[in-house]
Design a protein around this ligand. Structure first.
Ligand code: SF4
Length: 147
């Protein structure tokens, strides 16, 4: 079972109240078992909400609010529930397809904390947990071969 960022499948959970629908990810989802996650709304944050970025070891939103605990909790709960969904289906988590650049879902390159669109090396909070468990993560920017 794959973990997929809910916004990539059209759920309006993005900070601006919209989504990041991605056709190849939707096609992948039609052919594989998956569970959607949105760590930020799972933490109780509304959509729309101010954008947030990782700044040092904190997560701050554009209005300066410290959302670090929310992001950590949302990532932990999302991953825990995804594993539980897989377990109940008699499956394991095979990998994840997540939204690039996000402070929750981004892999390897994320926004740099200046709210200017610039990127820096790093992982979002959910990806940190997945990497600890050696779960393969790709983003919607890395199309993969699939049958
Ligand atoms: S937390 Fe992840 S799933 Fe939710 S809107 Fe942001 S990128 Fe999409």
């Amino acid at each position: 079972m794959y973990i997929i960022s809910a916004c990539l499948l059209g759920e309006n959970c993005k900070y601006n109240g919209g989504n990041n629908y991605c056709e190849w990810v939707a096609e992948f989802a039609r052919r594989h078992s998956y569970v959607t996650v949105c760590p930020e709304t799972r933490a109780g944050l509304p959509a729309p909400r101010p954008p947030a970025e990782i700044v040092g070891d904190q997560v701050l939103d554009a209005e300066g609010r410290d959302l670090t605990a929310d992001f950590i909790r949302g990532a932990f709960q999302s991953y825990k529930e995804a594993k539980e969904t897989a377990r109940k289906a008699g499956e394991t988590i095979e990998g994840a397809i997540l939204k690039a650049k996000s402070p929750s879902c981004g892999k390897d390159r994320i926004y740099d904390g200046t709210f200017s669109g610039r990127l820096t090396d790093g992982d979002g909070h959910l990806v940190r947990l997945l990497k600890e468990d050696n779960i393969d993560v790709i983003t919607e920017k890395e199309n993969i071969e699939h049958d």
